[in-house]
Write a protein that binds this ligand. Sequence first.
Ligand code: HDE
Length: 664
Amino acid sequence: MEQHNKKKEQLEQHTVEDRDKALTTNQGLKMSEDEFSLKVGDRGPTIMEDFHFREKMTHFDHERIPERVVHARGTAAHGYFECYEDASDITMADFLSEKGKQTPVFVRFSTVAGSRGSADSVRDARGFATKFYTDEGNYDLVGNNIPVFFIQDAIKFPDFVHAVKPEPHNEIPQAQSAHDTFWDFVANNQESAHMVMWHMSDRSIPRSYRMMEGFGVNTYRFVNKEGVAHFVKLHWKPVLGVHSLVWDEAQKVAGKDPDFHRRDLYDAIELGNYPQYELAVQVIPEEQEFSFDFDILDPTKIWPEEQVPLRKLGMMTLNRNVDNFFAETEQVAFHVGHVVPGIDFSNDPLLQGRLFSYTDTQLIRLGGPNFHELPINKPVCPFHNNQRDGYNRQTINRGQVSYHQNSLQNNTPNPVPREQGGYEHYQEKVDGRKIRARSEGFKDHFSQARLFWNSMTPVEKEHIVKAFCFEVGKVQSMDVRKQVVEMFAHVSHELAATLAKKVGVTTTIDTIPEETNTKQSPAVSMYTNPVRFVETKKVAVIANEQYDVTPAIKALEAAGIVVEVVSDHQGQLNDVTSDHTFETASPVLYDGLVVAATFEDAQTQRKVETFIDEVYNHYKAIGYTHEDFVLAAYSEAPGVVSGVESFIEALATDRHFDRDYAIG
Ligand code: HDE
């Protein structure tokens, strides 16, 4: 906690607003005027002498820095990680060494493909990057919400990213994979099959950053004090469980509130509804490296949790919003190479390439090699070395010595032996020829794509098929469509046949060998064991002056639900305040709806009915306070209930997918 406060103080020095303070130039000169540039007479030309205008305008002209090449759109929060137990049997990392030990963290969530101004709710993987400010230095766990990746070797990353980004000739479409170049890449790089299955699933349209899993994806090593190493994969498990939007809703949310996820996280933290995630690790002893029917270094493979169980290491709580988006969220610099003793690397070729890319990208994005001095990136422990100068250097190094070894400064700063906390790379024995090749163990592209498909509930399968039909249906090239159908026939003939029909492709699927494995991993399904909860869910209550909705609102709030009242006007309605009109609110922005009014005005009542329709179509809970408030067609439908108590019960189930006529 002490460290947590230290970090906070460090940041606050830079973030306290300078209220009650004189306006000065950047040189500290107090200015008597800031609204008018210096002119010859009040209607005359502006003059060059106006150093204040030029300083202000020059600073403004240089306000933008390059956005991240990928993961440009993101949002972040501060918090802390608390260790559950001493994990020194597997790692010497100090932040995992003691029950109750707290370490400050900063987490940035992101989409991958879209630019900084794109919408939050698009179909995409989500970044989940965590910086632990440990007392042994910063440790970054730079993960995604999907446990596998599209490619097996980092050298293909530029190709993949070029394919998914807007097409270069017209810069269309923004933040979407539903276009020719993405699917052309997929069909011609079949290692992507497993990730594409996840990408077409509801995992790619999360309800909230608070309801997403996180995965380190790559295989790392944990090393203990005795020097014994284990292969590991790291996971974040959200306490609220994993929940998603439905596709029709996700697309509408993108227009109604492009900041949907950013706002959700910010508001939840402001309300004290702190998101929490458990950190867990899968561990494989070195001697079992080849004991599995997949290659444990292949980033397109999961280690099924049923085969390699999770060991829980601790809990992360996000409890503080940033003070300044640019200084913190935009300038934070993650790097998979930011590790602490006890955490090491495997030869996963994606990870090895990432080890180069992250520092390289910060150099261009943050303008030089001193980005570690920015408050958000600065370790909480002291750091000393002989690095000097460069763009934006903040530290004023004293003394004449900036080299090693030296006698003038008692040979300091000096390296620290492993036994005293110095980082020493794991001494893996490596022997081989220098070649450019794919390992034999990496050549199976379909068995885990099939495992994923086998593990889905019928609703999840239906959503995957629909997502494929949408995405491939947007592809212009009939040849690419056909290639995609034929590729996914290897995963499932059922999936490929529906897709072929829907997107107008004729091909003989039966001649393509379908994966035959019948294995399942229930842990990858979102709907096999969903977490039921209502706390922090957002509910609209449609109300007017006719009926008093105070008791209903009190009951909802007592259950931890966030309530917004929607009416034909804002402001006072009897004892409650209307937050929204039907124009400023949208049904897609709520987890459920309570109808507590009808309106005499026909047009307004039509808006209420449209509101109910949309909530119904997206399978969300609907409650009504009077029998005649519900639309007759829906009165018997699952999740459409009378009374607030029943509504709260219905809201705990995320979506009522067994509804007739719902078209979401
Ligand atoms: Fe990244 N990735 N990546 N990545 N990545 C970046 O670094 C890269 C990969 C991930 O919120 C960049 O600072 C390569 C997998 C996240 O600031 C860049 C490869 C996973 C973030 C980069 C990968 C990730 C990034 C761009 C090998 C999941 C956002 C801006 C194929 C485990 C971090 C930046 C933030 C960002 C390179 C693949 C996660 C260009 C070469 C797999 C969460 O350095």
